[in-house]
Design a protein around this ligand. Structure first.
Ligand SMILES: Cc1cc2nc3c(=O)[nH]c(=O)nc-3n(C[C@H](O)[C@H](O)[C@H](O)COP(=O)(O)OP(=O)(O)OC[C@H]3O[C@@H](n4cnc5c(N)ncnc54)[C@H](O)[C@@H]3O)c2cc1C
Length: 438
């Protein structure tokens, strides 16, 4: 394998003290990146341990559909043990990682130590409030299943409370929804919420008219979907306006509280503020004892390993990786998946060659397969670079791509059936108010 790897230092040449000792690969996080790495390592001569604080893999791109009652939580999640059950060399641990002992080569789950020869950190991202952490208490985020069911509860309870209220001002407050952040999550949420109010709930109440619900989408930048070409941003803006969504572009939120948000000179009274504006990486930089880069991300080398530590890889939303244009790669699922697959291949080759710190011959390269976002049940925007699609054809591409990338036959079938049913009837099958009322 000498032609394949460039050796680094003699200290990194072997995995264990004997040639028969099986290396141990630990992967933290079974999201898009971690799972993709784990699936590449199912047949290597090594033991693999996947650690996650949840027992399921979550398809985050469809969380907004759970939040707006179109899908049930189980449709967009699949148990990690089930996904990896056909990999006899792979063990799953349910636990929250609290630190990493780099010198002792062990992952820490509280007092418990999990030793590793090769480590992959794929712990994703969390919300960032641009220095206003107090907004977390008064806005609803969307990162976890619990966030989505809490948002669904808040939205459906708002309609119930408005139906019960005789006070017009109170009704207005309840039926005004402010979404902060005009990226794909904010745009998709605004479209889905508008359709929920104006179609699915339209005939279900006796004292209020749900179609009068006010949905305001706030974006600090000059246009929606900043990562898409300007033409597609305009298509998205027009589609949302047709659905009755009020757009506030170039409007920076300066205050959020329990009764509304302030954007410059304007105050919008609302009991439901939804945060879709910013994310920061998981606290991996802190575990590694290094300074973090942009958005708390960990800067990695061209082979996605940590500088000075070829045995540690950082991937997905937690890593800062430069794209061909010198800009950091976006925090999207295909980046995480491709990085996971690449790291899986590098580690598999190292194990085959028994050279623990060998560098791969080619750096990681991201293949951009396209950007997609949907606006309600009729419109979507798809950017394949030279080819850009809008309208129903784009919506179809968006739907097929999401069904294809969902893990598990049951999930794919369930989502396809739910979507077809909603498409034909305008109804939402998951209109359940569960958990504690707020
Ligand atoms: C609402 C929403 C919508 C999105 N829409 C899109 C979209 O349409 N298209 C797109 O491409 N991307 C979308 N994304 C982004 C995409 O989901 C992420 O880029 C992708 O999930 C990143 O993959 P990852 O493996 O880095 O992290 P994740 O998939 O987030 O996985 C991280 C895993 O690490 C685990 N973990 C975290 N901390 C610990 C710990 N301390 N101990 C143990 N386990 C831990 C988590 O439980 C999780 O399973 C969306 C994200 C969100 C939140």
């Amino acid at each position: 394998m000498d032609g394949i790897f460039e050796r680094i230092t003699t200290a990194e040449l072997s995995f264990g003290s004997t040639a028969t000792e099986r290396p141990h690969i630990v992967i933290i996080g079974a999201g898009f990146g971690g799972l993709s790495a784990a699936m590449r390592l199912g047949k290597v001569g090594a033991d693999v341990t996947v650690i996650d604080r949840r027992n399921y893999h979550l398809f985050q791109p469809l969380l907004y559909q759970v939040a707006t009652a179109a899908l049930s939580p189980a449709d967009i999640a699949a148990p990690i043990r089930g996904i990896l059950s056909r990999q006899p060399n792979t063990n799953v641990i349910l636990g929250t990682v609290t630190g990493i002992d780099i010198a002792g080569r062990a992952v820490l789950i509280g007092q418990r130590r999990i030793p590793y020869d090769q480590l992959v950190i794929a712990t994703g991202a969390r919300e960032s409030y641009f220095g206003h952490d107090e907004w977390a208490a008064v806005t609803l985020g969307l990162k976890k299943i619990d966030d989505a069911t809490a948002m669904r509860r808040r939205i459906l309870v708002a309609f119930e409370r408005a139906e019960d209220s005789d006070d017009e001002a109170e009704r207005r407050l309840l039926l005004t929804f402010v979404i902060i952040g005009g990226g794909p999550t904010g745009v998709e949420l605004a479209g889905a919420l508008a359709e929920l109010a104006k179609a699915a709930l339209a005939r279900d109440f006796r004292h209020i008219d749900p179609t009068t619900a006010r949905i305001v989408l706030v974006e600090a930048g000059p246009r929606l979907l900043p990562s898409f070409p300007p033409k597609l941003s305009e298509v998205a803006a027009r589609a949302l306006t047709r659905l009755g969504v009020e757009l506030r572009l170039g409007a920076k939120v300066t205050c959020c509280d329990c009764e509304g948000a302030v954007l410059g000179d304007e105050r919008i009274e609302s009991r439901t503020l939804i945060w879709a504006a910013g994310v920061a990486a998981s606290p991996a930089a802190g575990w590694l004892g290094i300074a973090s880069g942009r958005g708390g991300r960990v800067s990695v080398m061209a082979d996605l390993s940590l500088p000075g530590h070829p045995e540690i890889f950082v991937i997905g939303d937690t890593a800062e990786v430069e794209g061909p244009d010198g800009q950091p790669l976006p925090g999207v699922a295909p980046v995480a998946k491709q990085e996971g697959a690449y790291v899986g291949r590098v580690i598999a080759a190292r194990i085959a060659a028994r050279i623990a710190g060998a560098r791969p011959p080619t750096p990681f390269r991201y293949r951009n397969l396209g950007n997609l976002a949907t606006i309600g049940r009729k419109e979507a925007v798809v950017d394949f670079g030279r080819l850009q699609l809008t309208g129903r054809i784009a919506w179809l591409v968006w739907g097929l791509a999401h069904i294809y990338f969902l893990i598990g036959f049951r999930n794919r079938m369930a989502v396809a059936v739910d979507w077809l049913w909603s498409y034909l009837t305008y109804q939402r099958g998951a209109r359940l108010i569960t958990g504690q009322e707020m």
